[in-house]
Design a protein around this ligand. Structure first.
Ligand code: ZN
Ligand code: ZN
Length: 401
């Protein structure tokens, strides 16, 4: 009798505990299944070769069935596309390639050459006096390959994770961040009818490098007040997280970014301490700074902080007071992007110039990748990781139309 009562009590308890958990699994409809990407946008392309492509090519009211092992050679001649295929030449303004399988694009410019693999439907036309390539590709392929490319150095670090489950939780947290960001930033390149570019302006997309077919695990996204969130992420925060308004200056009406220490509950250490960029140091001469900021003299550098990260930079004795993003762009373009790695540093004047003593890599907004890896390696699951970096969000299962 005692046991029965005890069991009944446990069943009731389970009902109360389980019911809210089940009812929290929200669903959200995702507006599109394919992403339109401005690819190879870094290069001013004048010619490409498309290799190994099986499928169909459409132009000038013609359609050609493509055979594998035959290359398509494309070149910009004035304002038209010159196409060579199977010993014949054609001229057109606009091409559409519908590939049945993964294909390879070879590109050559004056300073660069390389190849990338893609899948989907490719449109080619002339825009801004160069070849413009807009790829329509499966979002799940994009999410998996981008999340992998953005975390390659973490996933390939053999000392970080001690089980596949830990790796899975880190990877899943990254994929959900990438997917959520994509759905809250569609149509960012509407000038060419594309959603995103393949550069860090949006997110770096290297084409298909790892995942040839998207596995159909649930397409989870983070939501806040019924909307998919703009889930920024960065490499490592150096221990201090901030809202987006610190780095980008403009007002963001979102409350779901963690501010303060990157330290979960009882962690004795900062979570991203294992990042190779946890501490950095850069020397910049006074001459270099004078050139970059067009100043005849530099008395000192004053750091204006907000939420414990640098918000603006002021040069006393001049009228120059810059938003951090402007300072970092000017430094990066002149000296390379590895000199000022983050907006978390101190600066010291020396006889010959300035030493920047910094922590972390990136803007410190949203998910800290090295911190997430730290949490996953302490057995926290991807939900706990995301709920830490984005307080107040829900994770919903997205359904494609
Ligand atoms: Zn972009
Ligand atoms: Zn961190």
């Amino acid at each position: 009798m005692r046991n029965l009562k005890h069991n009944t009590y446990i069943y009731f308890l389970m009902l109360f505990v389980l019911f809210p958990v089940c009812s929290q699994d929200k669903e959200i409809e995702l507006p599109q299944k394919f992403l339109r990407l401005n690819i190879l946008s870094k290069y001013s392309l004048e010619k490409i070769n498309i290799r190994d492509v099986k499928g169909k090519l459409y132009f000038n009211d013609l359609s050609i069935s493509l055979k594998k092992n035959f290359d398509i050679q494309l070149r910009k001649i004035n304002n038209r596309l010159l196409l060579k295929y199977d010993g014949k030449e054609y001229s057109s303004e606009h091409l559409i390639l519908e590939a049945d399988e993964i294909f390879t694009i070879n590109y050559t410019t004056e300073n660069a050459s390389g190849e990338r693999n893609y899948s989907g439907r490719l449109e080619i036309f002339i825009f801004d006096d160069r070849l413009q390539l807009v790829l329509q590709t499966d979002i799940e392929h994009y999410v998996k390959n981008t999340a992998w490319a953005e975390s390659k150095n973490i996933l390939e670090n053999s000392e970080l994770f001690s089980s596949n489950e830990e790796k899975f939780n880190f990877t899943r947290a990254m994929e959900i961040s990438v997917r959520s960001w994509v759905f809250s930033n569609l149509k960012r390149h509407s000038e060419i009818d594309a959603d995103l570019c393949d550069l860090t302006h949006c997110m770096f997309y290297p084409g298909i490098i790892k995942f040839q077919s998207g596995d159909r695990s649930p397409a989870e996204v983070m939501v806040h007040e019924g909307k998919i969130i703009s889930s920024y992420f960065h490499s490592s925060c150096g221990g201090v997280l901030s809202g987006p308004e610190v780095f980008w200056e403009k007002h963001f009406p979102y409350s779901y970014f963690r501010k303060g220490e990157d330290r979960f509950q009882k962690f004795s250490k900062l979570q991203c301490e294992k990042s190779p960029h946890n501490r950095w140091e850069s020397h910049v001469s006074e001459k270099e700074l004078m050139r970059i900021f067009n100043l005849s003299k530099i008395e000192n550098i004053e750091l204006i902080r907000k939420q414990n990260r640098i918000h603006r930079i002021y040069f006393p004795g001049s009228n120059l007071n810059l938003a951090f993003s402007e300072f970092s762009t000017r430094m990066g373009k002149d000296l390379g992007w590895n000199v000022i790695k983050s907006n978390l540093f101190d600066v010291k004047k020396t006889q010959r110039g300035y030493i920047f003593y910094g922590r972390g890599l990136g803007h410190g907004v949203g998910l800290c990748q090295w911190g997430s890896a730290g949490m996953a390696s302490e057995s926290y699951d991807y939900r706990e990781i995301l709920e830490f970096y984005f307080p107040g969000i829900d994770i919903a299962v997205g359904t494609y139309k």
